[in-house]
Structures are given as structure tokens and as C-alpha cells.
Design a protein around this ligand. Structure first.
Ligand SMILES: O=P(O)(O)OC[C@H]1O[C@H](O)[C@H](O)[C@@H](O)[C@@H]1O
Length: 445
């Protein structure tokens, strides 16, 4: 179970002010529970972990086995909420060099459909030429251009290389029950499909088949992931006292910091495996809160790497930031710094120490330096990178996001702003139905 510590924000905001959020948080929680707030048709994530059945998980694991048995490589085609959760969990739990290893117990997981780079897609299709590959096509709307375009290429290549019959077995769709092109194609081709519930938005969908299927294919235990999320659902429940409820405290603290001019939240890790947890978190908070000309800007850094690039700005730049550090208490492996007789690098003072001890001192030293430099600091401790703990962390962030969005006064469950670029792109590409927009945009160029 995670542990949240906000002590190092108290030089900047007061404990009393955070505690004073109790009533506001309670009201926000009630809006979530009773469905009386904005975006109330998108609350399917709220009690999702505790409602996932053994049968559902067995169905996902059975499909995962078909892909694992028949594919050396599995492509997860999706963008935004349709790939970030899966990638966050898979990368957090995988060996950092898994894709370079010769003895592959698990299929190599590759992501596509999240960009429109011709080189990326060319290089991917080249790489796949001699591979037995499968595809999980993930799109809630079923019409997202990036994903649909990649899937068109991958479907054709899979059928050409492996034959239509095998392709049918190794292509799986995760999409809406009825709507969208992904659904039409899946039904016509006879693919196995999983449904993304209507009332779960993309960025809250990691615990639906959107996340669970790829995670199971990659070889991780989705039962434990869901168990961790379900325990966190209890720990963050509306019946849990404010002071004991990590989602309530996190939501209150970040809103109090925001109201005191801290407009940017930087999610920090000291473990590169967590890079995509930050990417997932940025979508969750960015799309949920960045609207009505309001919202904390969610940013992220990987330390100590970025201490050598962004560290300067964080230490001495404009004082409009705060940090939320995810700290992993216990690493998976043991590696000691060797002793060296010549000691040319002067590192013998570290000889015999665990590398993680050095990392932990970098973390502690950074926290103190940043607090001294005027950066409020929250800390989330994960006991270990396991399915259970990651499941808990994801749900904690989701619940806090729902509360936080209501504290901010926005609808945390829509994302109207993302349509603007799409409209222009379709107009520029002369998509049928965009004739008027095409004319108008051409006149602007
Ligand atoms: O799952 P899809 O419908 O393909 O959507 C994928 C993503 O793209 C959209 O434009 C939204 O901004 C995201 O919230 C969503 O997660």
C-alpha cells in the first residue's frame, strides 16, 4: 500500500488550511458517489476495481494466452488513454532490457497508433517483416486517426504475412460495444473483442480491458493489479476520514498549493521504469483539469537523469512549481559498488554500498535542496514495484483526480479541447464532410 507524506509542503502552505478542505472534499466525494456533479455519466471507474469478476479476468487471461502462444511480438495500437495505462504498468514491472534479451519468455510489447510519424511506422513494419506478430487494437471511439491509420497498416501486414485465418486469431479489438469503425471491422472479421464501458473515459480506463489485456499479454498478474486497486478503492472511500484518506489529502494539498500560486506540478521519480507512469498521470490530470482557463499544468521528470538538465530550473527558476515524488522503497535486485585498488575515480567511499543507497541519498538531498529553493514537496512511497502496489497507485491517482477536479470547479471527465486540432487537420486533409471548414482554413493560409 502506498504512503503519502505532505510534511514538506508546510513551509509554503499551512496544515490548518489543508485540513480546512475537509468539507469541500466531502462534498466532492458525495458528488462522485451520488453522481450529482459535472460529467456524471463517466463515473464507471469509481467502483470498477471492486466490481471486476474472476470470470472477466479469466476471459482476459485466456485471450492473453492465445496471443502469448502465437506471437513473438504484440503491438498495442492506441493513443492517450488507450495505451498509456498499459505501457505505464508494463514498463514499471518489466526488466529494463527485456526487449534485448535472447531468451524471450514473453512476447515483445511494442506500441503504435500514438503518432503519425511515417518513419516510425515504416521502421515498425520493416522490423515486423520476419516476426510472428499480433495486434491489440484499442480505441474507445473506434475512429481515432492515429490508431486507425496504424491499424490499417498492421492488419494488412499481419494478414499478408500470417494468412487471414491466423490473423483472425492474433488480432484482438478493445472498443465500444456498438459504435465506431474498430467495432465494425472487428465484427466483420470475426476478431475476439473486449468492450470499453460507455461510462469509463479513456484516461480512467487502465483497469478495463484497455489496460488489463496488454498487461496480461506481457506476462503480468492482472488479478494482483486489480486486488491492489480494489484495496485502494477502500482506502480512499468516502467513508474514510479525511485525515486518513490519501486521495483526499493529495487532492486538497495540490489545490491549496495551486490557490497559492503554484501552477505547475512536477511528478518526479528516481527510477526510470516509472517514466510512463508519469506519462499516464499527465494525461489523467491534464485532460481532467486543464479547462475553463484553469488547472495545474502537470509536468514530469526522471531523476537523477533530469537533475542534470531540468535541475537548474527546478532549483532556481520561477517559483510557480511544486513536486510530487514517487519513491520506490525496495528495489528488485541487489548490486553493490565494487572496491577499486587504484581508486582513480575517487569512488571508494561508496565501495560496498548498495547502488540504491546512493540513489536514496540523491533523493533525500534533492528533496532538501528543492524545499530550500522554494519548491514544496509531496512524497508518495511505493513499498516495491509489484502489480499490487502499481494497481493501488493508479487507483489512488484516479480517485484524487476526480476529487481534485471538483475542488477546482471543472468537469473532470470531458476533454472538449482536444477536438480543435482534429477539426483543423481534417479540414486541411479535405476529409469528406469538412468542405466548409476546408474552405475557411485554406483562406487562412
Ligand atoms: O480510445 P480513443 O477513442 O481512440 O481515444 C484515445 C484518446 O484520444 C482522444 O483524442 C482523447 O483526447 C483521449 O482522452 C483519448 O484517450
Amino acid at each position: 500500500m502506498i504512503n503519502l507524506n505532505i510534511e514538506k509542503t508546510f513551509g509554503f502552505i499551512s496544515k490548518e488550511k489543508v485540513s480546512a478542505y475537509e468539507a469541500e472534499v466531502k462534498a466532492a466525494q458525495e458528488m462522485l458517489e451520488k453522481g450529482t456533479g459535472k460529467g456524471n455519466d463517466f463515473l464507471g471507474w469509481l467502483h470498477l476495481p471492486s466490481s471486476i469478476t474472476k470470470e472477466h479476468l479469466a476471459d482476459l487471461n485466456a485471450t492473453a494466452k492465445v496471443l502469448r502462444d502465437n506471437c513473438e511480438v504484440v503491438i498495442v495500437a492506441g493513443i492517450g488513454g488507450s495505451y498509456l495505462g498499459a505501457r505505464a504498468v508494463i514498463e514499471a514491472l518489466s526488466n529494463s532490457f527485456t526487449w534485448l534479451q535472447n531468451k524471450k519468455a514473453d512476447p515483445i510489447m511494442i506500441y503504435a497508433g500514438h503518432n503519425i510519424s511515417e518513419d516510425y511506422l515504416y521502421e515498425l513494419t520493416e522490423y515486423l517483416k520476419d516476426k510472428k506478430f499480433g495486434v491489440i487494437n484499442i480505441s474507445k471511439s473506434g475512429t481515432t486517426t492515429e490508431t486507425a491509420l496504424a491499424f490499417r497498416l498492421l492488419k494488412k501486414q499481419c494478414e499478408d504475412q500470417r494468412g487471414k485465418e491466423t490473423a483472425k486469431k492474433v488480432i484482438v479489438a478493445v472498443t465500444d460495444a456498438k459504435k465506431g469503425a474498430a467495432r465494425v471491422t472487428a465484427d466483420k472479421e470475426g476478431y475476439k473483442t473486449f468492450i470499453i464501458p460507455d461510462n469509463v473515459g479513456g484516461r480512467f480506463s487502465v483497469l478495463t480491458p484497455v489496460g488489463l489485456l496488454p498487461i496480461a499479454v506481457a506476462g503480468f498478474d492482472i488479478e494482483k493489479l486489480v486486488a491492489g486497486a480494489a484495496d485502494m478503492e477502500k482506502a480512499c472511500g468516502s467513508d474514510v476520514a479525511f485525515a486518513e484518506n490519501p486521495a483526499a489529502i493529495y487532492a486538497a494539498t495540490r489545490n491549496e498549493l495551486y490557490r497559492n500560486g503554484k501552477k505547475i506540478e512536477i511528478l518526479v521519480n528516481f527510477c526510470p521504469k516509472l517514466h510512463y507512469v508519469s506519462e499516464w498521470w499527465k494525461q489523467l490530470y491534464g485532460e481532467s483539469e486543464g479547462k475553463d482557463n484553469k488547472g495545474i499544468f502537470p509536468a514530469s521528470v526522471d531523476f537523477s537523469t533530469d537533475l542534470h538538465s531540468m535541475g537548474q530550473w527546478i532549483q532556481e527558476g520561477e517559483r510557480s512549481i511544486f513536486e510530487t515524488v514517487i519513491s520506490v522503497e525496495k528495489v528488485n535486485h541487489k548490486l553493490e559498488v565494487p572496491s577499486d585498488e587504484a581508486n582513480l575515480d575517487g569512488l571508494n567511499f561508496l565501495a560496498g554500498k548498495r547502488v540504491d543507497e546512493v540513489n536514496k541519498m540523491a533523493e533525500l538531498g534533492t528533496q532538501l535542496a528543492h524545499v530550500d529553493g522554494g519548491v514544496p514537496n509531496m512524497r508518495i512511497v511505493l513499498p516495491e514495484l509489484t502489480e499490487y502496489n502499481i494497481g493501488g497507485l493508479l487507483y489512488f491517482f484516479e480517485k484524487a483526480c476526480g476529487i481534485s477536479g471538483y475542488l477546482l470547479g471543472v468537469n473532470p471527465f470531458n476533454q472538449p479541447g482536444v477536438e480543435a486540432y482534429k477539426k483543423n487537420m481534417f479540414a486541411l486533409l479535405n476529409k469528406p464532410g469538412y468542405e466548409e471548414e476546408s474552405k475557411a482554413i485554406q483562406a487562412r493560409l
